[in-house]
Design a protein around this ligand. Structure first.
Ligand SMILES: Cc1cc2nc3c(=O)[nH]c(=O)nc-3n(C[C@H](O)[C@H](O)[C@H](O)COP(=O)(O)O)c2cc1C
Length: 431
């Protein structure tokens, strides 16, 4: 029997991305209104989704603000604390960076979110894309160095989360014993990146699932050893299949029998009742980008200037410049190179690709039924364990996801029945 898919909704307001915020129905005025996200999370919960998710960036380019919200956003953990109080069952997955945030701060935030949500919190661990200029106390290591720091940070966070177990509490009024002090243990961590005495400043209960994003070779190794789920950028069924197989093999090799990370690709959805309306929605959301801006994005992904690419013939990987230095995300750079190798696009086609104009995520531009059929096909091919929905173009994509796509998937047996949904942590970790 097919395993039911795990489903998450991104609360990153992707329906405002690009030019979409300019639509009359975009609701852009509510970007920083917590009630909007509380309402969406309640709707996602009613629709039987497993979790809501919030990515994060710790930098802002003022120039981008001239044309859209860009990376400007509420703090994810504070936002999800409110969302947790407005919901009962749905998981809340927050993003915290091991490059910029201290393990003590991360552990405290996670333990607090776990308490506020009554056991529904999870950590999306990122090593970060940019933001080093805002955290000058420690140099921003190259990608592999960031993963070494992430290993140490994760170890410290886990030790802190175990340092004050809720089972240490006694609350015995008669004897005056509040907690068993011997069960609350400092962690005495002395490592190359962090020195942390501990213990954590509040008791913690329950297992916090670990999500991870970043799928270079080093990132995959990290995920295979530690992650319960990966937020993946997989534009095609083949890339998702390949990632899922590789993670399963590597998790097995790391001794995690039957515990491979769940592969949850981002799924960008531009939906409308008619396919041509969905295509128009997609075109409208990206109309703001001129050729110069598209070339600048391409250069950003590849980590090198791209002037002089031939416009009169199909491109080969050899046409693409080698990175001039470290790239922001090797995952995204490698996905783009592989696509050029596979499809040999012209320059015009390359500059129209979703990964250049928007992101490298799996994308459906079509009707709710198109989305259902694609998701069922990816599930049948065992390419995914679920997905994180990124509705785009207009809030209508979001409505159609919740009101039509999810019920149709459930009717097709691809999702767990809402009435008997296991807890979020159980769904993600299997434990
Ligand atoms: C799908 C995906 C989502 C990501 N989301 C975030 C994010 O929300 N915040 C962030 O700081 N970095 C994010 N990253 C960056 C990764 O955490 C990582 O630092 C980067 O991809 C470099 O790792 P790599 O060499 O394994 O690709 C994301 C990466 C991927 C592939």
């Amino acid at each position: 029997m097919k395993r039911p898919l795990i489903t998450g909704l991104s609360l990153a307001a992707t329906w405002l991305s690009g030019s979409a915020w300019r639509r009359a129905d975009s609701g852009v005025e509510r970007l920083f209104d917590v009630a909007l996200y509380e309402d969406l999370a309640r709707r996602a919960e009613q629709a039987g989704m497993d979790f809501v998710f919030r990515p994060d960036t710790l930098w802002l380019d003022p120039q981008t603000q001239a044309t859209g919200p860009g990376t400007s956003a509420l703090d994810p953990s504070l936002l999800l604390a409110c969302v947790a109080r407005a919901t009962q069952r749905i998981g809340v997955v927050t993003t915290l960076s091991t490059s910029f945030q201290e393990p003590m701060h991360i552990a405290r935030t996670l333990a607090s979110l776990q308490a506020l949500s009554q056991g529904r919190a999870a950590w999306n661990l990122v090593t970060g894309l940019d933001g080093q200029d805002n955290f000058g106390h420690r140099p921003f290591a190259a990608a592999d160095g960031r993963y070494q720091q992430a290993e140490e940070c994760l170890r410290v966070v886990q030790a802190l989360l175990g340092s004050y177990p809720a089972s240490a509490l006694r609350l015995d009024r008669a004897s005056g014993r509040y907690a068993q002090a011997e069960a609350i243990r400092p962690i005495h961590h002395q490592g190359p990146c962090f020195q942390v005495h501990g213990p954590l400043t509040l008791p913690t209960a329950g297992r916090l699932p670990l999500f991870q994003a970043g799928a270079s070779d080093t990132g995959r190794g990290f995920a295979a050893r530690h992650a319960d789920a990966v937020f993946a950028a997989t534009p095609t069924l083949e890339t998702a299949s390949e990632l899922r197989c590789a993670l399963r093999q590597r998790a097995l090799a790391a001794g995690r029998q039957g515990q491979a990370p769940q592969v949850l690709p981002g799924l960008s959805l531009y939906l409308a009742p008619q396919r041509h309306d969905a295509e128009a929605l997609h075109a409208q959301a990206h109309r703001h980008l001129d050729t110069g801006q598209r070339l600048a994005r391409l250069a950003g992904i590849l980590g090198a200037p791209v002037a002089g690419l031939p416009a009169d013939r199909p491109l080969t990987p050899d046409d693409l410049p080698a990175p001039a230095g470290p790239v922001r995300s090797r995952t995204h750079a490698e996905l783009l190179r592989r696509r050029v190798e596979r499809e040999r696009p012209t320059l015009a086609a390359l500059l129209a690709l979703p990964e250049v104009v928007a992101s490298a995520h799996w994308q459906v531009v079509g009707t709710p039924d198109d989305a259902v059929q694609q998701i069922l096909a990816w599930q049948a091919a065992e390419a995914i364990d679920g997905f994180i929905a990124l509705p785009g173009g207009s809030p209508v994509s979001l409505d159609l996801l919740l009101d039509q796509v999810l019920p149709a998937l459930r009717a097709a047996g691809a999702l767990h029945p809402v009435a008997s949904l296991p807890t979020f942590a159980h769904r993600v970790t299997g434990a």
